[in-house]
Design a protein around this ligand. Structure first.
Ligand code: NCD
Length: 298
């Protein structure tokens, strides 16, 4: 059985294989009944639009079904059930579990109690591996990942998509530019890990310092819900914003990515520039999740 918990569990070969599979699904000619008779549980204990719906869409396109729990309040967790018990029970109803949970490490814990594969759809400030796959997929559609200068902007402390993506990029020949407000830099442990993996990581405070050198800029939202108090959130809120003016002089091939939802970090006027790829990126969630689901439920 194959759980998808952290991007750390993947080799570059695994990633490239999944991305190739996703390309096949995007191209069309696949078996519409590949997962007929299979059921996936979508257990979402935190808000989600894209991740939950694109997993459900991917499952439906492959002929399978999905059943879901969308909130703690609507489930027996509200009665005091442990995650371990919930996972044991749901394992008996389904062929795979997609879990989003506010606590870091929840997906790993769930995988210890599950008798079906568990896919981590975001565990607190931890990891979000299926998002990273669609991020890589979107980059790879525009250019070869090796050799790129990639910037990751925003909440690098709490942003799980940023953590997973940085780690995955360390499997490629990429120079990483981190751009974060004070106090929202990568956790020290992750910085060390990237360094130990031989990745060149350059830290910046202001995106304007570096944007002209970048091939990819991955923009993230400040993760308001993870701040210990609102005061410390308001200290950094709205401290960066990409506008058409910010994009003056950038490389023609620069692509702007964002896992979405955005708050105010990208001016909507940027959407109509040739650099904006974030809506295409969210669409790519479907073929990528088709590849993942078909892989774990083979
Ligand atoms: C991200 C998440 O949930 O981590 N959203 C997503 O899955 N596309 C990013 C975010 O919420 O900021």
């Amino acid at each position: 059985m194959q759980h998808i918990i952290s991007i750390r569990d993947f080799s570059r070969r695994d990633l490239d294989h999944l991305l190739d599979r996703a390309e096949d699904f995007a191209a069309g000619g696949y078996d519409r009944n590949l997962l007929a008779g299979k059921i996936v549980a979508l257990l979402f204990f935190e808000p989600s639009t894209r991740t939950r719906m694109s997993f459900a869409s991917a499952m439906a396109r492959l002929g399978g079904d999905s059943i879901s729990v969308d909130s703690v309040e609507a489930s027996s967790i509200a009665k005091g059930e442990t995650l371990a018990d919930t996972i044991r029970v749901v394992s008996g109803y389904t062929d795979a579990i997609v879990l989003r949970h506010p606590k870091e490490g929840a997906a790993r814990l769930a995988s210890e109690f599950a008798t079906v594969p568990v896919i981590n759809a975001g565990d607190g400030a931890g990891q979000h591996p299926s998002q990273t796959l669609l991020d890589l997929y979107t980059i790879r559609k525009s250019m070869d990942i090796d050799g790129l200068e990639v910037g990751i902007l925003g909440d690098l402390r709490y942003g799980r998509t940023a953590h997973s993506l940085a780690y995955a990029l360390s499997l490629y020949q990429v120079t990483l530019h981190t751009i974060a407000p004070r106090g929202l830099e990568f956790p020290e442990g992750l910085n060390h890990e990237l360094h130990d993996r031989g990745m060149e990581v350059k830290a910046h405070r202001d995106v304007k310092e570096i944007i002209r050198d970048l091939d990819v800029l991955y923009i993230t939202r400040i993760q308001k819900e993870r701040f210990p108090d609102l005061g410390s959130y308001y200290d950094v809120a709205s401290s960066y914003r990409i506008t058409p003016e910010t994009l003056q002089g950038v490389k023609d091939r620069l692509i702007l990515l964002h896992p979405l939802p955005r708050v105010d970090e990208i001016d909507p006027r940027v959407d109509s520039t040739p650099h904006a790829r974030y809506f295409e990126q969210s669409r790519n969630g479907v073929p990528v999740r088709m590849a993942l689901l078909s892989e774990v439920m083979r």
